[in-house]
Design a protein around this ligand. Sequence first.
Ligand SMILES: [Zn+2]
Length: 237
Amino acid sequence: MEDKVGLLKELQELDFELSQIAGSSGKLEDELDQCRVERDRIQALVDDLADEMSQIDGQRKELKQSVLHEETIIARSEGRLPDIKTQKEYVAVLKEIDTAKATMRELTTKLEEFDGQYNALAEDRDGKEEELSGLQSEFDERSASINKDLADLAATKKKKDATRDKLLEKLPRAIANRYRALSRRRGGMAVVEARQGTCTGCNMNLPPQLFNILLQSNEIQSCPHCSRLLYADEGQI
Ligand SMILES: [Zn+2]
C-alpha cells in the first residue's frame, strides 16, 4: 500500500500543473481570438469600402449612359441641320443642340465628382488592404506558433491526465472521491499543508491535538474549518 498522503500531495501538484496548462492554453486562445477580431475588423472596413465603390461605379455607369444619350441627340440634330428649310425650324434645332450640350456639361461635371469620390475610396481601400495583408501575415505567423504551443500543451495535458487517473486509481475509492469533490468545491486546492498549527488552505488555526497527530502519523486528516485534506512536512516543531 503506497503512502496515501504522498499520493494526495502528488495528485494536488499534478492538478496545479494541469490548471496552469489550462490557463496558458486559454491565454493563447484569447490572443489568437484578438488577432482574428482585429483582422476581421479591417476586412469589414475593406468590404464596406468595396461596397461603396461598387455603388458609385453603378452611378458612374448610368451617367456615362446618359452622356452617350445626349451625344446621340446632338449628333442627330446636327445631322438634320443641312436639310432644314425654314429659319424657325433651324432655330428650334439649334436650341435642341444647346440644351443637349448644357445637359452633357452637367452630366460630365457630376461624372468627374463621382470619379473623384471613387478614386478617394480606392485609395482608402488600398491602404486598408495593405494593412489587412500585414495583419493576415501576422495572424498566420502567430496562429502557426500558437497552434504549435497549444498542441504541445495538449500533449503534456494528455500525459498528466493519464498520470492523474493512475494516481486516483491507487487511492481508496472513498478518498479519491473526497479529493475530487473537495477539488471542485475549493477551487482546485484539495490538499494543503498544515504549517505552524495553521491550515494554509483557509489560514485558520488547527486544534493543537490535530496538529500533533499530523506531525506524528501519516494518516489523512481534514481541516475542521475548510475540510481540505491536510499534511504536515517533517522537521516542524
Ligand atoms: Zn482549512
